[in-house]
Design a protein around this ligand. Structure first.
Ligand SMILES: [Zn+2]
Length: 313
């Protein structure tokens, strides 16, 4: 008998599917009946970003390996601790943000070990990685994709082209290198981070839209051949420069704009007041831009991201 997908010590027959567990990581692998590329879909790096997590669950129920050319490996909740505790961004065990811990550490903390296992066991499988995020419990965002801007010209063009076929408003060039997808890109594995939904809600319409994009991605990679429309999304815009504004101190946050708003250089985007009501931070746009996401929380801690905005190409 011949196998063509192996995860850790789990071998999966062609045309079959199997759940797998590697330390803290759980997932389901679909091994196509026919040869082809392998797509790794991860979600729940941030446990409160539900649209991606639920989209994975739907795909797990729907994919048919007997019809596939290649493999799809799905990990719906990489940070199970954060998901089950309903906390934003972090694992409660060590207080770390998994998307800032790459490369991982085999002998490190709880979160660093998860990052290590992703690198050791999942990265090597993948011809392409999509990591699903969204606005967190306290964030409102417009659907967008982050793609690697700093991992070589070929990577930028290849992933940028694929991102450009998805049904999101923006693709944002990113210079990050310590997250699941961004570190993968540094390791020469094509990868992108997909964002949809927010503030602790998963709507049916968002899940359906995200699922449609993932089927398109499989079609682009040749894993399914169902005739999905994979033409370029002409209304999508590329963001070449983004600014992520953090809080200078703990306090009250009052944003003056919402996602999708256009703002002018110098315009006041929001203020932070201290506990005694004094304005301690005035956030002004550094350039003409569009608001990509912002935090809805009235209370913010020092260094929390207040708002992100970017400039179109
Ligand atoms: Zn996230």
């Amino acid at each position: 008998m011949r196998y063509n997908l192996e995860i850790g010590d789990i071998l999966i027959n062609k045309g079959d599917k199997k759940s797998f567990h590697i330390n803290e990581i759980s997932g389901v692998a679909f091994c196509g009946k026919n040869e082809g590329k392998t797509l790794l879909i991860t979600a729940g790096v941030h446990g409160g970003e539900y649209v991606g997590i639920e989209t994975c669950m739907r795909l797990i129920g729907e994919l048919e390996p007997g019809k596939m050319y290649g493999n799809v490996v799905i990990c719906p909740v990489l940070n199970k601790d954060g998901f089950l505790h309903g906390v934003k961004q972090i694992c409660t065990v060590d207080g770390k943000n998994l998307n800032r811990e790459f490369p991982g550490d085999k002998y490190g903390t709880f979160t660093q070990k998860i990052a290590y296992d992703v690198e050791k066991y999942l990265y090597p499988l993948a011809d392409f990685i999509v990591d699903l995020h969204g606005g967190d419990m306290n964030e409102k965002l417009i659907p967008l994709i982050f793609f690697p801007y700093d991992a070589g010209e070929k990577m930028r063009e290849y992933v940028g082209d694929i991102a450009g076929r998805m049904n999101v408003y923006f693709r944002v060039g990113s210079y990050a290198d310590n997250g699941l997808y961004s570190y993968a890109a540094k390791k020469n594995i094509p990868a992108m981070l997909y964002e949809r939904g927010g503030h602790g809600i998963w709507s049916e319409s968002d899940v359906i839209a995200e699922k449609e994009d993932l089927y398109k991605l499989m079609e682009i990679l040749g894993i399914i051949r169902e005739g999905y429309d994979i033409s370029v999304n002409k209304s999508q815009k590329e963001i070449i420069k983004a600014e992520y504004v953090g809080a200078d101190s703990d306090g009250f946050w009052y944003p003056y704009f919402t996602v999708g708003d256009n703002v002018k250089k110098g315009e006041l985007l929001g203020i932070v007041r201290s506990m005694d009501g004094i304005v301690v931070q005035m956030v002004r746009a550094k350039f003409d831009a569009i608001i990509l996401y912002y935090t809805l929380s009235l209370g913010v801690r020092k260094n929390d991201i207040l708002m992100a905005y970017g400039r179109e190409i």
